[in-house]
Each structure stands twice: as structure tokens, then as C-alpha cells.
Design a protein around this ligand. Structure first.
Ligand code: PGA
Length: 255
């Protein structure tokens, strides 16, 4: 993996027609060498997009992949409304986002549930993007408090999970930076990247841990993050819904 530019469409757009049009525009973005693009649309659009573009979960070469925004912790069963990892893979998803702060907040998702989701998703062959990040009250206490908070999330969310031959990418998304236009200072994101990576090496024995920054990334500021050697890409919300803007982010990988 070079730099991963991941689009989190969240609950957008409202119709499948719009979703296909947006994906079509994203697929047309010329990707610089070393940039991989991941699109995470709402579950229901995965199948149509994968079919139209012939995207398969096994397809690792073309630099354009599909992922889901969540997954459940059981493969199948009496769990109304839930979607399991094998279902996602069968639709062409190669990645899944787990533990996004909006799910923690609006769906009451706990670290224990996130831990189970990651364990099953990895077992079933999905690459996981685990979202962590502190809220404004913690950040006001300073960098040490933010690191302690993130360390706590990592420890709980990855508890008893062996990461040998598995892909877990950590997306650091400070809650106060998501959708606010107040992106983190690149030097602070870099410091968090170093901290998270050294934690992963020490506690999970990952030789080459991966770290994404997320939170108000746009075409104008993306290069400040994705060109850092400690940062392996970006997780993009709002700006991923405008193909042109997203294209600028993808191209920020190029030095
Ligand atoms: P944002 O969202 O880019 O709109 O701030 C990022 C995210 O929540 O993944």
C-alpha cells in the first residue's frame, strides 16, 4: 500500500442514481503513482457499484477499492437489520470502517462491540479501518491527554486480537475536527501518528503499522497530511462527496 485516500460517504447520497454518478466521477480521477482510492458508500449501493465497475474484493491491483462503513459482529443470525462480513465480501467490499465516532455517538457503539466486530471482520478476510480520536474536552487538556485517550481506545478495541497477517489501519479522527472545518494541526497529527504506530509495534507486533488522518480534510490541506512520512493517507467525509475536490485530495499524494 502506498497512500490510501478513503472516502466515507456516510449517509449520502439520497438515491442510487446519484451514488452511481458520484462513483463514476471518482473512478475517473487520475490516480498518481502510489495512491490507492477506497470508496465506502452506504451498504445498499455496494452491489450496484461493484457490478457496474467489475470491482471484486480480490482485486488488489487497480488502486480502486470498495469498503463498507460498518459491519456486525456475527456472521448471520437473528439480528434484525445487521450485515455480516461475508455478506460484504460477497458484494465486492475489501475494507470496512469500524468504530467511527458517529456510530459510537449516535448508535451507542461500545468498545466491546467494536472489538467483536474487528475480530470477526478480520477472521472473514476484510481489511479493517479502526477509527479513534478524542473529543474537544480531552483535547483542551493537551496532547498527553489526547494520547492517553487514544491509547485507551486502541487497547480496548484491539483487545485479544492478533494482527498477524491481518490489516488494521488506524484512522485518527479527532471528534472536534470532523465536519467542522477545523482540521487538526499537521504537526499534532504527525505526533499522534508516531504515538499510535509505536503503540502498535510494541503491543501488536505490527512491523509496518498504517495510520490515516481524518477530520475536515479538503483539497487545500490534504498535502499537509498525506505527504508526511508518518501518515499513510486520509479518511475523508464531506469533501469526498464532490468528485473534483476529492480528486484534489487524491492528487495531493504526488509531491
Ligand atoms: P469530514 O469527516 O472529512 O467531513 O470531517 C471525516 C470522517 O468522519 O470520516
Amino acid at each position: 500500500m502506498g497512500k490510501l485516500i478513503a472516502a466515507n460517504w456516510k449517509e449520502h447520497p439520497k438515491t442510487e442514481e446519484e451514488a452511481r454518478a458520484l462513483f463514476r466521477a471518482v473512478a475517473r480521477i487520475k490516480r498518481p503513482r502510489g495512491a490507492e482510492v477506497l470508496v465506502c458508500p452506504p451498504f445498499i449501493y455496494l452491489e450496484g457499484i461493484a457490478a457496474q465497475y467489475g470491482i471484486m474484493e480480490t482485486d488488489r491491483r487497480r488502486g480502486l477499492a470498495l469498503g463498507a462503513q460498518d459491519v456486525f459482529w456475527a456472521e448471520e443470525g437473528a439480528f434484525t437489520g445487521e450485515i455480516g462480513p461475508k455478506m460484504l465480501r460477497s458484494l465486492g467490499a475489501r475494507y470496512v470502517i469500524v468504530g467511527h465516532s458517529e456510530r459510537r455517538r449516535f448508535e451507542g457503539e461500545t468498545d466491546a462491540a467494536i472489538n467483536k466486530k474487528i475480530a470477526l471482520a478480520l477472521r472473514d478476510g476484510l481489511n479493517v479501518i479502526l477509527c479513534v480520536g478524542e473529543g474537544p474536552a480531552v483535547r483542551r487538556k493537551g496532547a498527553a491527554a489526547a494520547k492517553a485517550f487514544v491509547r485507551g481506545q486502541l487497547a480496548k478495541d484491539l483487545r485479544k486480537i492478533s494482527l498477524e497477517k491481518k490489516v488494521v489501519i488506524i484512522a485518527y479522527e479527532p471528534i472536534w475536527a470532523i465536519g467542522t472545518g477545523r482540521n487538526d494541526r499537521p504537526e499534532d497529527a504527525r505526533e499522534m501518528a508516531r504515538f499510535v504506530k509505536s503503540w502498535l509495534v510494541a503491543h501488536k507486533r505490527i512491523a509496518r503499522p498504517k495510520f490515516l488522518y481524518g477530520g475536515s480534510v479538503n483539497g487545500a490541506n490534504a498535502a499537509d497530511y498525506v505527504q508526511l512520512k508518518e501518515v499513510d493517507g486520509a479518511l475523508v467525509g464531506g469533501a469526498s462527496l464532490k468528485a473534483e475536490e476529492f480528486g484534489r485530495i487524491v492528487n495531493a499524494v504526488k509531491k
